[in-house]
Design a protein around this ligand. Structure first.
Ligand SMILES: N[C@@H](CCC(=O)N[C@@H](CS)C(=O)NCC(=O)O)C(=O)O
Length: 270
């Protein structure tokens, strides 16, 4: 039996839960409350020194990093295969997941913090928040939270994070012109990996970039209709987070429209 240490609204956890569901694998849930600092508990840090979810425990084996966990699941349970049918499809699949690990995940973190999660941090006891930030091993994450707390959507990292996601969605559009899934003919770990991120863009009101591209819209609705999306992602949506997103969404949408319009104007004048 596998045990997944995870969080309901964590995009990286949702990615692994969806992969587990695609594979039809049974697993036990150890849910962590990230806002209560559970990822910094010594017993959890012993499993995952990065203080992040998810972590998969399979017998004696401990596996961290959501991309690595998904590939591990595909190795231990190859049917149905989720890495792509041939070397080229597998290479394209990896390029997509690599991109998430190399900044796109941090960018969605920045957007989520500035639009919504800062509100949760501001509601915390200030001493507890100070302790949480001081104990954090990832200085870049601490900096993102500090920026979000101080500047919200005017944080210096916000516009670049939004632009990064617009670029990704543009690349998705080009990929989907060549085949029904991101890496070609088959649904792979690339599609699974991005599903929770597309849901997050929607929750944050930052999905104009998706809706402006019919191919991406169609792919996203096919992906969200998969039973594994329901099982691994939607079923876990936390109502208190959904209510927070509902409160913030229209402000974020209007702000993003202004930012992207400004970018288009400045691109034209260059
Ligand atoms: N590269 C890691 C990133 C994991 C990550 O950033 N997890 C977030 C949730 S999506 C987390 O656990 N944050 C800890 C916190 O908010 O205290 C992975 O893919 O597993």
């Amino acid at each position: 039996m596998m045990t997944l240490y995870h969080n309901d609204m964590s995009v990286c956890s949702a990615k692994v839960r969806m992969a587990l569901a695609e594979k039809g694998l049974e697993w036990e849930s150890e849910h962590l409350n990230l806002r209560a600092g559970d990822a910094q508990r010594p017993d959890y840090v012993a499993l995952n020194p990065n203080q992040v979810v998810p972590t998969l425990v399979h017998g004696e084996r401990v596996i961290v990093e959501s991309t690595v966990i998904c590939e591990y699941l595909d190795d231990v349970s190859p049917d149905p295969p989720l890495r792509g049918p041939d070397p080229y499809a597998r290479a394209r699949m990896r390029l997509w997941t690599k991109q998430l690990d190399e900044g796109a995940h941090a960018a969605i973190g920045m957007l989520s913090l500035c639009v919504a999660f800062r509100e949760q941090h501001l509601d915390r006891d200030p001493d507890e928040l100070k302790r949480y930030l001081a104990a954090m091993v990832d200085a870049a994450r601490r900096e993102r939270i500090a920026q979000a707390l101080e500047f919200a959507m005017d944080a210096p990292g916000y516009a670049p994070a939004l632009a990064r996601w617009e670029r990704i969605v543009t690349e998705m559009d080009a990929a989907l012109a060549r085949g029904p899934w991101l890496a070609g003919e088959a649904c792979t770990l690339a599609d699974v990996a991005y599903a929770p991120y597309l849901a997050r863009l929607e929750h944050l009101g930052l999905d104009d970039m998706v809706r402006a591209r019919p191919r991406v819209t169609e792919w996203w609705s096919r992906l969200a209709a998969r039973p594994a999306f329901q099982e691994g992602v939607r079923r876990w949506f936390n109502p208190s987070y959904l209510a927070l997103f509902d409160r913030q969404r229209e402000k974020a949408r209007a702000h993003a429209r202004r930012l992207l319009a400004l970018k288009r104007v400045s691109n034209r004048s260059c």
